[in-house]
Design a binder for this molecule. Structure first.
Ligand code: CU
Length: 160
């Protein structure tokens, strides 16, 4: 299964990243790497191309429609993801390329590993955790529940 985006909302923290926060969504072997990248709202994302072929990356998603026309190397201008939600990425040249940038209003986030686990370093207290996976679809906000730091939180996504 693909990784799940896990974000934790902590009262009193800034929803938006400072302007110098950056992230990468690479292309390697004609695939997005990673398939799913989680960023805080306001993050500048670069799209470095490590392949010897050119890519043409786009998103039609309402949270961030954009297009980077046929390019090699790293495009000069990063794309700023300024609204929370999910952008689905594709490539005009390689139809099978599919990736996601999941944008969250919190600095606390991660992606689950192959075992479905993620560990986050949180301020002590009670917070809200939200989980989103690509299978939910880009318009889904994900599922949310409470959590208390220091305890394992189990979220089952296979419930009806
Ligand atoms: Cu491509």
């Amino acid at each position: 299964m693909e990784g799940a985006a896990v974000s934790v909302f902590v009262k009193g923290t800034k929803p938006t990243a400072s302007p110098d926060v950056t992230a990468d969504m690479a292309q390697k072997n004609k695939a997005f790497a990673p398939t799913l990248r989680v960023v805080q709202t306001g993050t500048s994302v670069s799209f470095p191309n490590f392949d010897t072929v050119r890519h043409h990356v786009y998103s039609f998603s309402p949270v961030k429609p954009f297009e980077i026309k046929l390019y090699a190397g790293t495009p000069a201008a990063p794309v700023i993801f300024d609204k929370p939600g999910t952008a689905t990425l594709g490539c005009n040249i390689h139809d099978r390329m599919l990736g996601y940038i999941h944008v969250v209003d919190t600095p606390y986030f991660g992606v689950t590993d192959a075992a479905g686990k993620v560990t986050l370093d949180l301020p002590a207290g009670e917070h809200r955790v939200r989980v989103w996976t690509p299978t939910m679809g880009e318009t889904s906000p994900g599922v949310e529940q409470g959590l208390k730091t220091g305890q394992d939180v189990v979220i089952r996504l296979d419930k009806p």
